[in-house]
Design a protein around this ligand. Structure first.
Ligand code: FAD
Ligand code: SF4
Ligand code: SF4
Ligand code: SF4
Length: 541
């Protein structure tokens, strides 16, 4: 066939247009920090593992994820996913279902038996971890991967902390927890159960430990002053939930009143319903908007038939009833008593008013600072006593599994540096990949996938898991919804739009490079990159 009267240049064949010295700015490929990553308390490289997941490289995705967090199947069930709250996609349609993809990867790893690789070299250092909750387990995992010998001393009969003795089975099946704990122990971590540390200094000395990470959680139930008749049955929420792991379920009766407004109150009320209570009523002194429990938890409880009495306090507990006083909010939004009383039938009152930390193992340790019942730590997670680090619920921070896991990671890295006589140096801070750095019109609409939920009858009568996982095609679809904020996903746009053939393609997974001999600094690539992975910098003169 005859060629038309026009010359078609192959990419890279235009050698006549070498740039002169007149360019004032040049493009630069960058990796920006996506807001999801910034918001994840465990510091997961979410964009990175979603990128693998969308290509079907699940094991690579899981390996990248577990560089920061060893409990993805647990996280995918109990994390309150602040990452999704920060996700840029929410400004287009709805946030990427990061948490559900994380769960898919965690479950896939359990199903396929993926294991962590054991470090080849041992440091010869011994670290004591006190408490096998999420924070202790996370620290143990990261320390073991750094080559240290780790011994966990756990007071209870099983590992998991509040993940086992607080969070009910219908939100976190124990087989999932067991599988993720076992994988950490398989790294060679020694777990000593039923071993309560009474004095940290004595245990460190007798065990010849080089450093310690404390993660004892907050297990002492706070008690409100509540006048109660001698026959009134007043119980602690954490004790009730803990006894669910024993041989016999707690006897709560037909009408159960729960006092409090946090996630523990919700979990106890939902547990009471499943144990057969006709009525499970939460009494809370403020309004729904002020309730510390998350909205979705409140919603799930209401669906299961839990009742909530807002703006109410308990004045008195009797044998088979309680007296409730109505409250009203003052102009500052604080609840104030009204004097208006009401009687509610109640076979048991369960107090869910928060927990304090048992710090007795720290008695006599010099240098420690305790404020509001929690131990102060520095930015490196070390307490005021050299070599003793702490994290999770026992230090001042939000009390969640993910924060606890993040503390474990941070402490492990700092313990490692401290043992080497150095300071842990964080990788360079990346510029934020905010929504304004994106070109949203490049992305097509894709509504978020919804996780299946157990039918209501089984939710009310069994401890079967309520929220189910995504199947492979939905998980992959969800991963594809990620905009890859601030990180090149090899869409080829810059390569295609450059009028000067100044973009060199390095091959799959290797991204691109600029040929500055040909780039005249027009900035088209920056304007056409969907995800903000290129920026212009002034030309050095
Ligand atoms: C009912 C309930 C539901 C929750 N639901 C969620 C949720 O859905 N999502 C979420 O993110 N967070 C949730 N949380 C909060 C979360 O469980 C905690 O923030 C988290 O478990 C804290 O981790 P940790 O490792 O600091 O302590 P813990 O999990 O409390 O673990 C501490 C461990 O230390 C052991 N220990 C204590 N003292 C000693 C000692 N002297 N010697 C040896 N061992 C000791 C304990 O036995 C325990 O195993 C919930 C909490 C409760 C109570
Ligand atoms: S751990 Fe939580 S915050 Fe982090 S990626 Fe998973 S769901 Fe998001
Ligand atoms: S779109 Fe992807 S990279 Fe961007 S914030 Fe959401 S999950 Fe993170
Ligand atoms: S335009 Fe596409 S290929 Fe070029 S940097 Fe941006 S994401 Fe990567």
């Amino acid at each position: 066939m005859e060629k038309p009267f026009a010359i078609t240049l192959d990419v890279g064949s235009s050698l006549a247009n070498k740039t002169g010295a007149w360019r004032t700015q040049r493009p630069l490929y960058v990796d920006r920090l996506p807001p999801c990553n910034h918001a994840c308390p465990a510091g997961e490289n979410i964009q990175g593992w979603l990128y693998h997941a969308e290509s079907g490289e699940y094991e690579q995705a899981w390996r990248l994820l577990t560089q920061d967090n060893p409990l993805p199947a647990v996280m995918g069930r109990v994390c309150y996913h602040p990452c999704e709250g920060a996700c840029n996609r929410a400004q287009l349609d709805s946030a990427v279902g990061i948490n559900s993809v994380e769960r898919f990867l965690g479950d896939e790893a359990i199903r396929r038996g993926w294991r962590f690789s054991v470090p080849e070299a041992s440091s010869g250092r011994r670290i004591l971890v006190v408490g096998a909750g999420p924070s202790g387990l996370s620290a143990a995992y990261h320390l073991a991967r750094l080559g240290h010998a780790v011994e966990i001393h756990e007071a209870g009969p099983l590992a998991g902390g509040m993940m086992r003795f607080g969070i009910p089975k219908y939100r976190l099946p124990r087989a999932v927890l067991d599988a993720e704990v076992k994988r950490i122990l398989d790294l060679g971590v020694v777990l000593k159960l039923n071993t309560k540390v009474a004095s940290i200094q004595e245990t460190m000395k007798s065990g010849r430990f080089d450093a310690a990470f404390l993660a004892v959680g907050a297990h002492i139930a706070k008690r409100a002053y509540l006048p109660a008749g001698s026959a009134a049955k007043v119980l602690d929420a954490v004790a009730v939930l803990r006894s669910m792991e024993g041989k016999e379920a707690p006897l709560l009766g037909r009408r159960v009143v729960v006092y409090g407004g946090g996630n523990t109150a919700i979990d106890v009320a939902r547990t009471a319903k499943r144990l057969g209570a006709d009525e499970a009523v939460i009494v809370y002194r403020r309004t729904r908007e002020k309730m510390p429990a998350h909205d979705f938890e409140v919603e799930e409880a209401l669906q299961e038939g839990v009742l909530i009495k807002w703006l109410s306090t308990i004045k008195q507990a009797n044998e088979a009833s309680i007296t409730v006083e109505k409250m009203k909010l003052d102009e500052k939004g604080f609840p104030q008593p009204t004097g208006e009383l009401e009687t509610l039938a109640a076979d048991a009152v369960v107090l869910a008013l928060g927990q304090d930390v048992d710090l007795s193992l720290l008695d006599g340790v010099p240098g420690l600072e305790v404020e509001d019942g929690v131990v102060r730590v520095g930015p490196n997670m070390m307490t005021g006593h050299a070599g003793i680090f702490a994290g999770g619920d026992m230090v001042p921070a939000e009390r969640t599994v993910t924060v606890a896991v993040g503390h474990g990671k941070k402490a492990a890295r700092n313990i490692d540096a401290w043992l080497r006589g150095g300071i842990y140096a964080k990788a360079r801070e990346h510029e934020a990949a905010t929504f304004d750095k994106l070109n949203p019109w490049y992305y097509s609409d894709a509504p978020k996938s919804v996780r299946p939920v157990l039918d209501i009858v089984r939710r009310q009568s069994t401890f079967d898991e309520v929220v189910k996982g995504l199947d492979e095609s939905n998980a992959q679809y969800e991963a594809r919804r990620c905009l890859s904020c601030g990180n090149c996903f090899e869409c080829d746009n810059c390569y295609g739009v450059c009028p000067d053939n100044a973009v060199i393609k390095l091959g799959p997974g290797k991204r691109f490079q600029f040929n500055y001999d040909y780039c005249k600094g027009c900035g088209l690539c920056v304007a056409e990159c969907p995800c903000g992975a290129i920026r212009m910098i002034p030309e050095e003169i």
